[in-house]
Design a protein around this ligand. Sequence first.
Ligand code: GLV
Ligand code: MG
Length: 313
Amino acid sequence: MSARSRDLPRRSCLSTPASSERFLAKAPTVPADMTFLDLEDSVAPLEKVAARAKAVDAIKNLDWDDRVLCVRVNAWDTKWTYGDVIEVVGGAGERLDEIMLPKVQTAAEVVALDLLLTQVEQNVGLPVGHIGIEAQIETTRGLINVDDICAASPRLEAIIFGPADFAASMEMPVLTGGVQIPEYPGDHFNYVFSRILMAGRANGLQVIDGPFLLVRDLDKLRDFAQRTRILGYDGKWALTPDQVQVLNEVYSPTQEQFDRAHAILEAYRKATEEQRQGAVMFGDEMIDEASRKMATKFVTRGLRAGLKRSEPA
Ligand code: GLV
Ligand code: MG
C-alpha cells in the first residue's frame, strides 16, 4: 500500500505549521526528504479549522517535487481528527502521501484511521490504500502498546518517537523536549529509542526520531542525533532549514562507509559463489552472511541518500 513513499528517504522530516501561509510557502524550497504540514500542536486551537483549507491549498498548488508529503492531523482524543482527515484527504489526497497520527495509544486508533481513510478514498475516487500512515509514539500507554500499534495496518510506513509529549507523559522533570539531560548519567531515552526501533523494524517500518527544540544550537543537534542514527533510525524531525541540512548529513552513510559496504558485498559474493566459502577474511576482519546483511543496509541507505560508488583508485 501507499507504494510511492514507503521506501523514500526520511533523513529529515520538516515540520510546517499549516496555519502559517509564510511557512507553507517556504517549505517546498527547503531540501527536506519529507515535509509534514501540521494541524496539531503547532497550530492554535482557534486556527485549527481554518488551517485545513490552507494545507489543502498548499498541497495542491505548491511544487513539492518527489519528497514524502504528509499532514499531521489532531489526535483522536480531540474533536478535530475526522474533520481533518475528510477535508485534507478529500481536498488534496492525490498528491498527499500520508497522514501522521499523533499520540497513538492503542492499535485501535490506527485501525480507526485506516477505516476512515478507506471511506474517504472511495468517496473521492482515490485507490484504496493510496494514503499511508505514520504513527507517533509519545505517551507511556503508546510505548507499552508499541508492538501492536506497529502491526495495526498495512498503511503504516513509519513510526515516530515524540520526545516532548513523551517527557510530559512520563512526568520527567524537564522543560525542553528532545534534548540531553546533563544530570542524567547516560541517555535517559535509550530504552525508549530501542523499544520503538525494534517494534518498527519487526514490522518493516521506517523509524524516525522526533524534534530537537534548541533550534539555534546545530552542534548540539548533530551530537544528539548521532544517538538514534547509531542505533539505526532512518531520520529525525527538523524544525528549521538549518536543522534539515545537519540531519541530511547525519543520517546518510559517509562515502567511505558506502564504498566499504560495496567492497564487502563483492568479497562475500566471490567467497560464497566462486570459492564456496561462507566465512572469509576481508582485510583484518572475518566476514560472513551477517556481514552481508549489515553491508546491504548501508548500500540501501546510501542509494536512498543519492550516493554513488567511488571509482576504484
Ligand atoms: C512531538 O510531537 C513531540 O511531542 O515531541
Ligand atoms: Mg507531540
